[in-house]
Design a protein around this ligand. Sequence first.
Ligand code: PAF
Length: 269
Amino acid sequence: MHAYAKRVRSSGRTIGFVPTMGALHEGHATLVKAAKNRCDVVVVSVFVNPTQFNQTDDLEKYPRTFEADRSMLIDIGANAMFFPSVDEVYPKDVRTNFNMDGLDQTMEGPNRPGHFNGVVQVVMRLFDLTQPTVAFFGEKDFQQLTIIKYMTNKLGYPVSIVGCPTVRENDGLAMSSRNVRLTPNERRIAPVIYETLTSIKTQIATLGPAESRKNAINKLIDIPELKLEYLELVDPVTLETSNEDSESIQACIAVWVGDVRLIDNMRVK
Ligand code: PAF
């Protein structure tokens, strides 16, 4: 991978990099298309990164669909699929601790201890191996995108980070590799996550952030199949809790639907 990347870069061509954990869907295809539009060569990594899972069960259950992923990448015209082993990504069992200056202390952070440290570790390692000019990430993982932008800048990586809009099913459910694990009944209920975010966006101008958040939470806790982990209205850059005076507000949510944990977010102001 490194030799290939070096060859491409030394011939003056740009590399668009799309890091993934596989189980590719339309959302990933959108990232690849964005990379193709902007760069000469598109590299997609498929690596289920063990250091970002804080539950072994979640790591084991994570869908692995190598053949389907490979044919999809061929169909949409990616140039290279990087499918490394754990030993190749982590030749030594080194854990680096990154200081994310508080961005990891909210929402996903406290609920998934060590998660963002694992994400930053693997993304920086993948950047070293694939030598991208531009890297593409989905906005669905909003906090992850914020942290990656911040860390890339802080560590001085010469990589531009591009966020791509969340791709949704017709009923609004954000596309996710985890959706395949929903039962038919859970799948029927799951679009309520999108409806909740939309209701906040509709109400926020008149009711303000606190009241519209409270209404949304009250609606969700009445649904027995759901367990709300968090619903936060935050500043899109600092991730600090919003208030009446905030100019921009991002609503971020994590919900258990049965035993599947789903996240979503929306710019509501
Ligand atoms: O968003 C993901 O799929 C993963 O967190 C990433 C960025 C590929 C790192 O493993």
